[in-house]
Design a protein around this ligand. Structure first.
Ligand code: ACO
Length: 359
């Protein structure tokens, strides 16, 4: 086998009709619709409908009453374990044993509940009780309800920040967590297993955890006032500048564009230092990697927008998971329809045949 590609880069594993990241044009379309047209026009839960059902209506439902087993206040670990637990509590059936309609209903219930679990975990993190259902019911959108459940109140600026962030990050074709969701679904496992597996894959800083590391960077640059020096020191230590680089885009990440605009519209006090760091990072990366385009990715301005909504950095991977329930649900359904087990191969490069005594 001589076509091994480290990290599966450029390997086409699926055909999909869900999202199209336009590599060179710097655009992202959900079922053909540019995210620029969605943000501010429809709320996240309708975008869930577009991605999963190719129809804004009815969209993602409200979560049903449910008491998580025991939340630690550490999301996304709470989210991952609770999502797996829901398979048992709701007696979710294996994907191989149910029809598409049932799988869709399971995914809709799970998506809504996963958001609710994150809001409750965030409340525990803050040392408060999640708001009761009658308070949450006063919210008009999923983002507003999320904030009400978490904090008992929903500042309109915070709602806009979270809704925009969720729409921008709802789906992005194939990536580590979506691949994980599809692999799990391809074995015929239930939807809770597929969704919880995806949460685990998303929790790492190279995928969904980068915003948590962006704010400390901004704090440090704000305190020294020296973005060039910060970037130089980090790169000299062979560190990675969080929020830069992307496996797919070789142009500006369109989500970064929308989020930067939103951060400005919402009056984020961090925009100035973020722009200074961005400028220094892009210049240094261009100089050190002239043949490899490393641009601002979605996570850089996500951190700034989520900061407007006062989302603490350690909660940002779980916020990303909330957004991505739409993409995962759509891909799990698409995978179910293919009915084909995903089973790649590995090229063995270990020792040749030998006896145990040689070890
Ligand atoms: N800072 C410094 N150097 C970088 C960065 C960065 N942010 N990104 C890539 N490079 C360098 C690498 O060190 C490597 O250099 P080398 O060849 O001298 O070892 C070279 O560019 C290629 O790196 P790869 O990891 O092979 O590039 P790839 O395009 O596959 O990486 C990735 C994509 C993993 C996102 C990378 O750019 C990165 O680690 N970025 C920082 C973390 C981050 O922002 N993650 C969020 C991604 S967006 C998302 O998941 C939704």
């Amino acid at each position: 086998m001589n076509d091994f590609r480290p990290g599966l880069e450029g390997v086409i594993a699926f055909q999909t009709e869900i999202a199209e990241p336009d590599r060179d044009g710097g655009a992202l379309r959900y079922r053909g619709v540019d995210i620029e047209e969605l943000v501010g026009t429809v709320p996240y839960e309708k975008v869930w409908g577009l991605l999963v059902d190719e129809n804004l209506e009815p969209g993602m439902p409200d979560p049903e009453p449910y008491d998580p087993a025991s939340l630690t206040g550490k999301a996304p670990a709470d989210l991952q374990s609770e999502t797996a637990r829901l398979s048992a509590v709701w007696d979710l059936q294996k994907l191989v044993d149910i029809d598409d309609e049932q799988a869709h209903d399971d995914l809709a219930r799970l998506s809504a509940q996963m958001m609710s679990v994150v809001a409750k975990s965030a409340a525990v993190h803050d040392g408060r009780e999640p708001a009761p259902d009658d308070v949450v019911a006063q919210g008009r959108t999923a983002a507003e309800k999320f904030l009400l459940r978490w904090r008992g109140e929903a500042d309109p600026k915070h709602v806009k920040a979270i809704d925009t962030y969720w729409i921008c990050t709802a789906e992005h074709g194939l990536n580590a967590s979506t691949f994980t969701a599809r692999i799990t679904a391809s074995t015929g496992a239930d939807c809770g297993a597929a969704m919880s597996a995806a949460v685990g894959a998303l929790s790492g800083p190279l995928h969904g955890g980068a915003p948590a590391r962006v704010l400390p960077m901004l704090d440090e640059v704000a305190s020294t006032g020296n973005p060039e020096g910060y970037v130089r020191d980090l790169l000299n230590r062979h560190g990675r500048i969080m929020g830069f680089g992307h496996r797919v885009y070789r142009a500006e990440d369109p989500r970064s564009r929308v989020l930067k605009r939103t951060a400005k519209e919402l009056g984020s006090p961090r925009v100035e230092v973020a722009e200074a760091l961005e400028e220094a990072a892009l210049a240094a990366l261009r100089e050190r990697k002239p043949d490899y385009v490393i641009a601002t990715n979605v996570e850089f301005y996500s951190a700034v927008v989520l900061d407007v909504a006062e989302v603490p950095p350690d909660l940002t991977p779980a916020m990303f998971a909330c957004a991505r329930v739409a993409g995962w649900a759509a891909h799990i359904l698409e995978e179910k329809r293919t009915g084909r087990l995903i089973r790649p191969s590995a090229q063995y490069i270990g020792p040749s045949s030998r006896s145990l005594s040689a070890v």
